[in-house]
Design a protein around this ligand. Structure first.
Ligand SMILES: Cc1ncc(COP(=O)(O)O)c(C=O)c1O
Length: 374
C-alpha cells in the first residue's frame, strides 16, 4: 500500500468527477488575471524596485516583525496607507489570505457572532474556523438577512459583539455589497463591519481608494486592501483603528509567528499607492474597456456588472470547462470557474478585464465566444 494511499484515492475521486486541478502556464491574451491596472509588469513598478534596491532595501526581512524582521519600509508603508485610505492605522501582511484569516481568527471573541455574506472568500472562512466566535451565513447581498441573523441571535440571548463580514466587490460575480445599508445596520447594532476590498482597491473610489473609502476612519469599520490585484504587487493591508493593529501585533498568531513580508515589496506597494494618485488615466482606460466589454459580450450572456469582473454564467460544469478550453486554444486566457469555488449550477466563464488587453482584444474575444459556446 503506498504511503500516500488516502491522498491518491482522493485525487482519483476528483479526477473521476472531472475536478482534478492542474497548473497550466500563462498563455494567450489576459482575460483572467486580477492585474486590473496592468501594473504587475509595468516599467513604473520595475523602476520602484530598482530605486528601492539602490536605497539598500533588502529583499528578505530575516524574521518576524516582532523580532529582527521589522523594517522601516513596513512601517512607512503602513503610515502612508493609513493616510491614503483614511484609517487610523494599517498593518501589512504577506497575503490577503493571511490577513483575512488572521483578522477573523483573532479579533472576534468567544460569545461574539460573525454574520458573513454567503459568498465571502475562502480566506474569511479559514479565519472563522480558526477563531472562537460563532459564525453563520446570510443570503448574498441581502441586508435584511444580516439584520434577521443578528436579531435572532440577540433574541436567543447573544450578548457579545456582532461582526458583519462582506466583500465590497464580489470576485466571481462582479456585483457590489449594499454598503450604506450594512454600515447603518452595523451602527444600529454596535456591530463591527469588515469589508474586503480585494477587487475594488485601485479600481473604484476617489483616487482608487475603493468602494469603502467613505467608511474608513469609523471605529467599527475594518477594511482589507490586497496588494496583489490592481496594485500589481503582493501582500495586503488591514486598515482600521489603532487598537485593531495593536491587538493583531499582540494576539495574531499569523502575524507573530511568521516571517515579515519582503521590505522590497513594501517599498513597491508604496510606489503603487502613489501611482493610483499620479495616473488616474489608468482607471479611466479600464472603465472604457468595461463599457466596451459589456456591449460586446452581452449577446453571449455576459452579466453587465459595471465592474472589471464580467461573469458569463453557463450553469453546466462540463460545458463551461469545454468553452474555456476552446477559448484558450484560440489564444484567449479565459478560465472556467466551477464548484466548489462557485455554487453548484452556476459554473461560469469569469472574464476579467485588465489594461493588459485593449478594445481590439475584447472585440476578438467576442468573436471567439460565438464558436466556443456553440
Ligand atoms: C475577496 C478576496 N479576499 C482575499 C483574497 C486573498 O488575497 P491574496 O490573493 O492576496 O491572498 C482574495 C484572493 O483571491 C480575494 O478574492
Amino acid at each position: 500500500m503506498p504511503i500516500f494511499d488516502a491522498q491518491i484515492r482522493d485525487l482519483s475521486g476528483l479526477a473521476r468527477q472531472g475536478r482534478r486541478r492542474r497548473l497550466i502556464g500563462r498563455a494567450g491574451s489576459d482575460f483572467s488575471s486580477n492585474d486590473y491596472l496592468g501594473l504587475a509588469g509595468s516599467a513604473v513598478l520595475a523602476a520602484a524596485v530598482t530605486d528601492a534596491i539602490g536605497r539598500g532595501v533588502p529583499l528578505g526581512s530575516g524574521g518576524s516583525r516582532l523580532l529582527r524582521g521589522n523594517h522601516v519600509e513596513h512601517e512607512t508603508l503602513e503610515e502612508e496607507a493609513a493616510r491614503f485610505f483614511g484609517s487610523e492605522s494599517a498593518l501589512f501582511f504577506s497575503t490577503g489570505y493571511a490577513a483575512n484569516a488572521a483578522l477573523l481568527a483573532t479579533l472576534p471573541q468567544r460569545g461574539d457572532l460573525i454574520v458573513h455574506d454567503a459568498l465571502v472568500h475562502a480566506s474569511a472562512h479559514e479565519g472563522m474556523q480558526l477563531g472562537r466566535a460563532d459564525h453563520r451565513p446570510a443570503a448574498h447581498n441581502d441586508p435584511d438577512a444580516f439584520a434577521d441573523a443578528i436579531g435572532a441571535w440577540r433574541d436567543a440571548g447573544g450578548v457579545g459583539r456582532a461582526w458583519i463580514v462582506v466583500e465590497s466587490l464580489y470576485s466571481m460575480d462582479g456585483d457590489r455589497a449594499p454598503l450604506p445599508a450594512l454600515a447603518e445596520l452595523a451602527a444600529r447594532h454596535d456591530a463591527f463591519l469588515l469589508i474586503d476590498e480585494a477587487h475594488a482597491t485601485g479600481v473604484f473610489g476617489p483616487d482608487g481608494r475603493g468602494l469603502a473609502a467613505a467608511y474608513d476612519g469609523a471605529e467599527n469599520i475594518i477594511t482589507l486592501r490586497t496588494c496583489g490585484k490592481a496594485l500589481g504587487c503582493e501582500g495586503a493591508l488591514l486598515c482600521g483603528p489603532q487598537v485593531m493593529r495593536d491587538f493583531l501585533i499582540n494576539r495574531g498568531r499569523a502575524f507573530i509567528f511568521s516571517t515579515a513580508p519582503s521590505p522590497l515589496i513594501a517599498a513597491v506597494v508604496r510606489a503603487a499607492l502613489r501611482l493610483l494618485v499620479d495616473e488616474p488615466e489608468r482607471r479611466t482606460r479600464l472603465q472604457a474597456l468595461i463599457d466596451a466589454a459589456e456591449t460586446a459580450l452581452a449577446p453571449y450572456g455576459a452579466v453587465a456588472t459595471g465592474s472589471q469582473i464580467v461573469p458569463i454564467v453557463l450553469g453546466d460544469e462540463a460545458r463551461t470547462m469545454r468553452a474555456a478550453e476552446r477559448l484558450q486554444a484560440a489564444g484567449f486566457d479565459v478560465r472556467g470557474i466551477r464548484p466548489p469555488t462557485v455554487p453548484a449550477g452556476t459554473s461560469r466563464l469569469r472574464v476579467s478585464l485588465t489594461l493588459n488587453v485593449g478594445p481590439g482584444d475584447v472585440a476578438a474575444l467576442a468573436d471567439a465566444l460565438g464558436d466556443a459556446l456553440s
